[in-house]
Design a protein around this ligand. Sequence first.
Ligand code: OAD
Length: 244
Amino acid sequence: MDMGDSNIQKLQEIIDRAKRLVFFGGAGVSTESGIPDFRSKDGLYNQKYKFPPEYMLSHACFVDRTEDFYEFYRDKILSYEAKPNAAHLFLAALEQAGKLSAVVTQNIDGLHQDAGSKRVYELHGSVRRNYCTRCGAFYDDKYIKAQSGVPHCGCGGVIKPDVVLYGEGLDDATVTGAIKAISDADAMIIAGTSLTVYPAAGLIRYFRGRDLAVINLGEAGDVPGALIIHQKVGETLGQIIIKQ
Ligand code: OAD
């Protein structure tokens, strides 16, 4: 048995023992679905644009340069026709088996719900939800994709994605729900996140359960006491057997 196998075995034991597991994920959970992450070599933040991507995804850009915002957003965020991968599917099955209490994600792609997960705390919102800034009417992502330029509501208002932009706060109810799930969990898996963006990354400090695992291709901050697996999250979770 090599190191990789023994780590999978340890992760299997953690999942066998867990009754209220929480999964805390980031962009690396969706790279195996073909959506690039932010900070890897091929990530969104290492490409060249007119303005830094942090500005393109900021509240200031949405307000001051709405047209540029939507050009970037359609091109770089909405352009993927992605399907759930083995990680998303595993987590939905684990919830179905009554062993996973919640997915807490920084992702905005909606792939956990596509896989069938029910309790998902989307810390940074979702591209699937969009609202008129004047009357509050709802629009889905297909509507935003189909429009060109700045999407407008029937009432004339500008539509805004329900995505937490730089310079905006997180939704209180979502954060409270995520903190409760993490505080009550007996096990937590942190995967596919650089743990560099706050306040999201700070929420893992609420964990006081027994078993902690980190699955990340690269470095993932300092998580003392965790089982660390430097492999792809989909490939890793795809090897785990769910026992009732
Ligand atoms: P990052 O791009 O910062 O980190 C992704 C991490 O996943 C990196 O450490 C990669 O090594 C790792 N990774 C990539 N593919 C993987 C795979 N298949 N299996 C395991 N690990 C893999 O993404 P986040 O931490 O999610 O915020 O970034 C946090 C926030 O920064 C995002 O939610 C976004 C961004 O600005 C907003 O848009 C508000």
